[in-house]
Design a protein around this ligand. Sequence first.
Ligand SMILES: [Zn+2]
Length: 271
Amino acid sequence: MEKKQLNHGINSYFHKKDKESADIVEAACEKCIPKIKEILGLPMPEKCSVYLATSYINFIFFIIPFPLVFIMAFILPLYYFRGRRVWQWAAGLCYSSEKKIIIGVKPLWLLEKSDKSLGEKIYVKIPELQNYLEHIICHEMAHAFCSFLKLPSWINEGMAMMTAEQYYGVATVKKETLQSLDPSAKESYFKKYPDLSGVKKKYFYRYVLGYWFVKYLLEKHPEFLREMLEKKEKQKTIKEKIASELDISLDDFYRELHQKLFKHFQTQADG
Ligand SMILES: [Zn+2]
């Protein structure tokens, strides 16, 4: 395993054969970190590492300290099987604890053969693999910046997606994903995607709702968005504050939120 100290206090870990990917990671960190700081208005997180993981089990062994692996041997299969499913189609992962943040990304050769069935339904295609890896670094780095907030998973994803979008200055998510939030839709949005498993549908929804929500806050409630990034709050409190700010009920929170987002962006598209 190779280790290289990058700027901004980041350690980069990679296998020798992945030097080309490691160089892309280094250049991407160099470019995107100052912009992410600016976009989110947050400081660079401490003890942040990037690991070019060649498999999910490698990533697990990398994040769990050596003696702990033995203690965790009993519960590891549980983590492993659940996480491995996500790893197959996720381009990167961000692990954070009180002590450290570890971003796991796939090297170019692994990205090339990854399952893209979920990503291609959400994101605007990035044809060049190098640019794709750069986008992943930007997305995961935004997660690293926000990790101390422990936001609900859908908002956390939306935050990373919108940060990357602001960094690139172009739409990164397909406009048609908005249709999945249409409250009056007669049939399931997923009917046209029979290849998506239940888990992938769950993640699709998490990404898409998060993205349109943060985009909405950015346009309509930027002050509220800024406040949300200021300090860690209980997830229940966050939900209550959103309901109050957006004037939606807590009892029917998600349906009313869908309605609001769909109406706003649909009108924009029509206008
Ligand atoms: Zn993410």
